[in-house]
Design a protein. Structure first.
Length: 421
C-alpha cells in the first residue's frame, strides 16, 4: 500500500510510494490514461529501481461518474484530491443541459487551484508553423479563479438582467450602454489578493529555475481598474517582496526620467549580470505579436484568465499544438495540484488507437517535477524527444510530417519507453 503526500511549511513531503488519484476522462480519456501511467511507471522504475513507485487510485468524474453514481462530479472525488494533494486527469466533457458549467472549472474553483501552469517548449522533429520553434521556451501562469472563470453573467431579457442594468444606469450613473434593452452583461472580477498570489508564484518559479524574466500581460490601457490594476499590483509585489532578486521595468522607467536612458540601461545590464529576474509588462495584443516575432524575449508569463486562454493556445500552436502541450492547476499554499491533458475529449476517435497521449504524458512529467522526482521526469523528456526526432508519431502529427512513421497510441507509448536513457 502507498502513502499520502503531505505538505509542511509550504514544502511537499513525498513518500517513496505515493498514492496518486486519477480521473480517466471522457472520450479519448480511456485511450490515453493507461498509456500515460505506463510511461510514468517505466520512467520511475528506470530512475529509481524498485525503491519508488506510484500507487494509482481511480476517482470518478464526467460521464463515467454519472453512469455509476448519478453525479458528474461526486464529493468523494473532491475529497480524494484533498486527501492525497496531487492528482492527474484526462479530458472531461462539460454536461449538456444545465447543472455544472464546466467540470474542469468546478474542480479548479472547489480546490482553489489558482494557478494554471502551461509550459511551452518545442521537441525537435515536431512540425511547427514558425521558422525557429527552438526559440520558444515559455511558462504561462494563468490566473485560474477570477476574470471570466468567475462566471458572473446576465442574459438579456431576464429579470435579474433588468435589475442589474437599472442599477448601473440609475444608481451608478452609467451612460455608455448603447443598446440597454438588448444588452447582456458580464462582470470581470480582478482582485488584488488573486493577482498578487499568482504573480508571486510566477516570480518564485522564475527565481527557483534561474529563468531570466517574468512578463505581466494585460490590457490595462483599456481596462485600467482591472487589468491595469493587475499590472500595478504585480509591480508593487515584485518591488516589495522580491526587491533583492528582481529588477522591474517600472524602476527602469523611473531611472530614465531621473537620470536618463544611459543610466537606466547600465542599471538594467547590472541587474542581468547579477542574475536578477527582469519584471516587465506588455499589452496583450502586442504580446501576441511579440511571441511570434521575438519569442526569446519572454520566459515566464503571468496573466489573467481570458488572456491566458488565448496565449496558451497560440504558444502551443507554435510548437505543434495542444496535443503535445501539458497543463497543471496548482495551489502552492495548500499543495493541491491536478495535472491534466489540455485538449478536448475527441469522441470521434475514441477507441480507434489514433489518440496522441503526449499532452497527458507531459502533464505527468510536470507532476513528477512537482513531486521532486526530477530524474524520472527527465527520462520521459528524453524518451519523447528521441521518439519525435525519429519522426515516429501518432495520426495528428503524421498528417503534417513528411517521411514520418505512423504509430498507434500503444505503439507510440512503447517507443517512448524504449527511447528512455
Amino acid at each position: 500500500m502507498g502513502d499520502r503526500i503531505e505538505i509542511k511549511d509550504g514544502k511537499l513531503i513525498v513518500p517513496e510510494k505515493p498514492i496518486i488519484p486519477f480521473i480517466e476522462g471522457d472520450g479519448i480519456g480511456k485511450d490515453i490514461t493507461e498509456p500515460t501511467q505506463k510511461v510514468i511507471e517505466a520512467a520511475v522504475e528506470k530512475a529509481y529501481g524498485r525503491h519508488r513507485r506510484i500507487e494509482w487510485k481511480e476517482v470518478l468524474a464526467g460521464q463515467k461518474a454519472f453512469d455509476q453514481t448519478g453525479e458528474w462530479l461526486p464529493d468523494a472525488t473532491i475529497e480524494s484530491f484533498k486527501d492525497y494533494l496531487v492528482g492527474i486527469k484526462g479530458p472531461l466533457q462539460t454536461p449538456v443541459g444545465g447543472g455544472i458549467r464546466s467540470l474542469n472549472v468546478a474542480l479548479r474553483q472547489t480546490l482553489d487551484l489558482y494557478v494554471c501552469l502551461r509550459p511551452i517548449r518545442w521537441f525537435k522533429g515536431v512540425p511547427s508553423p514558425i521558422r525557429y520553434p527552438e526559440m520558444v521556451n515559455m511558462h504561462i501562469f494563468r490566473e485560474n479563479t477570477e476574470d471570466i472563470y468567475a462566471g458572473i453573467e446576465y442574459m438579456t431579457g431576464e429579470e435579474e438582467t433588468t435589475k442589474f442594468r437599472d442599477f448601473l444606469v440609475d444608481e451608478m450613473g452609467v451612460k455608455n450602454i448603447r443598446f440597454p434593452e438588448s444588452t447582456s452583461f458580464g462582470v470581470k472580477p480582478i482582485s488584488k489578493d488573486g493577482s498578487e498570489r499568482l504573480v508571486k508564484a510566477a516570480i518564485r518559479y522564475a527565481i527557483d529555475r534561474n529563468l531570466p524574466s517574468v512578463t505581466l500581460v494585460h490590457k490595462g490601457n483599456i481596462m485600467k481598474f482591472t487589468e491595469g490594476a493587475f499590472k500595478n499590483w504585480g509591480y508593487d509585489l515584485a518591488e516589495e517582496y522580491f526587491k533583492d532578486k528582481t529588477f522591474t521595468w517600472r524602476h527602469y522607467e523611473s531611472i530614465v526620467k531621473a537620470h536618463g536612458k544611459e543610466a537606466a540601461d547600465d542599471a538594467l545590464a547590472m541587474a542581468k549580470d547579477n542574475g536578477k529576474v527582469i519584471i516587465k509588462d506588455v499589452i496583450t495584443d502586442a504580446f501576441l505579436q511579440e511571441s511570434l516575432l521575438r519569442p526569446y524575449d519572454h520566459s515566464v508569463i503571468a496573466t489573467m484568465n481570458l488572456n491566458g486562454d488565448y496565449i496558451s493556445d497560440q504558444l502551443a500552436a507554435m510548437v505543434g499544438g495542444i496535443g503535445i502541450s501539458p497543463g497543471a492547476n496548482i495551489n502552492y499554499k495548500s499543495g493541491y495540484a491536478i495535472f491534466e491533458a489540455t485538449h478536448g475529449t475527441a469522441p470521434t476517435i475514441a477507441g480507434t488507437g489514433q489518440a496522441n497521449p503526449s499532452s497527458l504524458i507531459l502533464s505527468g512529467v510536470m507532476m513528477l517535477e512537482y513531486m521532486g522526482w526530477q530524474e524520472a521526469a527527465e527520462e520521459i523528456f528524453y524518451g519523447m524527444e528521441k521518439t519525435f526526432s525519429k519522426r515516429k508519431v501518432t495520426a495528428d502529427l503524421h498528417a503534417y510530417m513528411e517521411g514520418a512513421e505512423l504509430l498507434s497510441t500503444s505503439a507510440f507509448t512503447d517507443e517512448i519507453i524504449k527511447n528512455m536513457y
